[in-house]
Every structure is written in structure tokens, then in C-alpha cells.
Design a protein around this ligand. Structure first.
Ligand SMILES: Nc1ncnc2c1ncn2[C@@H]1O[C@H](COP(=O)(O)OP(=O)(O)OP(=O)(O)O)[C@@H](O)[C@H]1O
Ligand SMILES: [Mg+2]
Length: 316
């Protein structure tokens, strides 16, 4: 028996959301926002919090500064039952922050990565990985040192005997440097969305992109938004349509919630077709409440939303 079912390895930051802004900011001027929220951001944190809500024991390895935003990150994860004893607090950088200027249908974001850009392979203690059954690595392009050392990190995880999933997420630099031929053989479950998969393989269609990774990948699940997901194994492909939500609140974090559901099922030993169904359902449930964690206040709340909005039973 391992101490943790899932160890999330990734970025941590706070989101400062400014809503109802009177116009667009201009250099040399000042405008008001009518509403403000300061909350835990970062897609790996949404994954960890929602996975913990679904049942597995989850810990987190990520870097924060020794500051009040770091305290906010820690206390919010704790409230969500994520173990914070493996967080790394540093003195030489501040906790990362994303300032989000929210307009009706779109957002302008500015991110200060801070501590999250420093975490590398030397910071990840092998003893911690040996305590976990499974490791989930996410947002690799957002974390400068982790990105440079990603091969060494996945190698370390596999050498410590854990299974491994990876969600690359967006590359703000849009260079998409990712040596998939070298890295994917070590990844048990690869979880990109369609755009990310095409970008890292430099292919124009999802079909060509899947062909490109097939010789190297073990299991891949491609997230396709309102079209659901596609499971790709060496035995074939299985497209599972989305459970369509007629009253979407927002889709922030749907991908992370998909990952959380899929991996929660995977670590409890469910077959891949069940993992995919759970992923589609938790991705859909995510869209029934605000933000990435709003629908995941408890497992009972997720079960109720699954039943009420989609007529589904959570297979966990
Ligand atoms: N509007 C929706 N209705 C129902 N299900 C949805 C909806 N949007 C997403 N999903 C489900 O959630 C899964 C993940 O969403 P998506 O494909 O948007 O991931 P992503 O692009 O990685 O998102 P993120 O921006 O959160 O990283 C989809 O595969 C789908 O099953
Ligand atoms: Mg995503």
C-alpha cells in the first residue's frame, strides 16, 4: 500500500480576477473594476483538488514563495483535502500570480510565473515519488526548469515505480518543444487536447498527429471539447461523444476535471473504457458550475450533478 494514490507534479499560482471593468486599460490612465476575486489558480491545482474530491488520496509537489500568496495556495489545497506536506517553499522567488481581466466572453491574462519556473529534477525527492502509486505531470510549458528537464523527471518517476500521466497544456511561447519520441514511451497515459497534440507533432490534422505519436505512445486520450474525447491505444481508437450540457456556466478547467476523473478511475483499477467515461462525465460536470472547482465541492455534489444534468451514474 502506498501513502498516496496520486502525486500531482506541477505549477501553483493564485488568480487575481477583475470583473466588470469599465473599458480597457491604457498606459497612463486608471479605470475601475466593480468586482474582484483572489483565488487558487493553476490547472494542476484544479486537477489535484478535483481528484481528491472524487476519493483518491492526493499529494502535490510544486513550488511556492514564502509569502501570503503561498499561504493562500496551501490553505486552499488543504481545504480541498490535498496533502501539502510535499510543497516546496523558497525564499528566492515569490508565488506566481495570474492577473485576469475578465470581459464578457474573453479574458486578458498576465502571468508572473515566479517560483513555479524554478522547480526542476533536483527538487523532486525520489522518496516522495516512491510513496505514490501514480504521478500526474501537467502544464509543462509554463514551468521553465521543469520543461528543460522533463525527460529526467519522467525517467525519475518511472525509476521510482509509479505509473505516470501527462497533460502538456498550452505553450505561451508557442514553440511547443517536446521530444515526444523520447518522452512518450515513459508516459502511461498521455492527455493532450487536439490543439496541443497537433502543435507538438507539427501536424495539421488530429489524424496525422495521432499517427505521429502512435509508435511511441502507450495510451493516449485526446480531449475534444464539446465533441468529447478519443482514446487511442495500440489496439485502436475509441471516440466517446461529450455529454452535452444545455446550460454551460463556463468551461474553465474542463480539461483538468476530465483528467481528474480519468485518473481517479485509473488508480482505482478501472479498465480504460470506464476511465474515459468517467473523464467525459467529470469534464461535463465541470461546466455546470463556475470556475474549475465550483462543481467539485464534494463527491456527493458531483454524483448529484451527474444525475441531474446528464442522467449518469459516476462509476467510481
Ligand atoms: N461544454 C461541454 N459540455 C460537456 N462536456 C464538455 C464540455 N466541454 C468539455 N467537456 C468535456 O470535458 C473534456 C475536456 O474538455 P476540453 O476538451 O475543453 O479540455 P482542454 O482543452 O484540455 O481544457 P482546459 O482549457 O481546461 O485545459 C472534453 O473531452 C469533454 O468530454
Ligand atoms: Mg487542457
Amino acid at each position: 500500500m502506498k501513502k498516496f494514490d496520486i502525486l500531482a507534479l506541477g505549477e501553483l499560482n493564485v488568480d487575481l480576477l477583475l470583473n466588470r471593468i469599465a473599458g480597457f486599460p491604457e498606459v497612463g490612465k486608471e479605470i475601475f473594476a466593480q468586482d474582484m476575486t483572489l483565488t487558487l489558480g493553476s490547472s494542476t491545482a484544479i486537477f489535484a483538488a478535483n481528484a481528491a474530491t472524487l476519493g483518491p488520496k492526493v499529494s502535490f509537489v510544486g513550488m511556492i514563495g514564502r509569502d501570503s500568496f503561498g499561504d493562500l495556495v496551501k490553505s486552499t489545497l488543504e481545504q480541498r483535502h490535498v496533502d501539502v506536506s510535499n510543497l516546496i517553499e523558497v525564499d528566492n522567488a515569490a508565488t506566481g500570480l495570474t492577473a485576469i481581466l475578465n470581459y464578457d466572453n474573453d479574458r486578458a491574462n498576465v502571468t508572473y510565473p515566479g517560483a513555479m519556473s524554478l522547480m526542476g529534477v533536483k527538487d523532486i525527492r525520489p522518496e516522495i515519488i516512491r510513496e505514490a502509486k501514480h504521478v500526474h505531470v501537467s502544464s509543462i510549458f509554463l514551468q521553465e526548469t521543469l520543461h528543460k528537464e522533463i525527460y529526467e523527471i519522467v525517467k525519475l518517476v518511472k525509476d521510482c515505480g509509479a505509473t505516470l500521466s501527462m497533460d502538456v497544456q498550452f505553450d505561451p511561447a508557442e514553440t511547443w518543444e517536446f521530444d515526444y519520441a523520447r518522452i512518450l514511451p515513459l508516459v502511461d497515459i498521455f492527455m493532450p487536447n487536439e490543439q496541443e497534440l497537433m502543435a507538438i507533432t507539427r501536424k495539421a490534422t488530429v489524424e496525422e498527429a495521432v499517427e505521429a505519436i502512435l509508435p511511441y505512445a502507450n495510451v493516449t486520450v485526446v480531449k475534444m471539447g464539446t465533441r468529447g474525447s478519443m482514446l487511442v491505444t495500440r489496439d485502436g481508437r475509441h471516440h466517446l461523444p461529450a455529454m452535452l450540457n444545455k446550460s454551460v456556466v463556463d468551461a474553465i478547467g474542463a480539461g483538468d476535471s476530465f483528467d481528474a476523473g480519468f485518473i481517479a478511475a485509473y488508480v482505482s483499477g478501472k479498465p480504460l473504457d470506464v476511465c474515459q467515461r468517467v473523464g467525459n462525465l467529470t469534464g461535463a460536470v465541470n461546466t455546470t458550475a463556475a470556475g474549475g472547482t465550483g462543481a467539485f465541492t464534494s463527491k456527493a455534489a458531483v454524483e448529484e450533478a451527474a444525475r441531474k444534468h446528464f442522467g449518469q451514474k459516476l462509476e467510481l
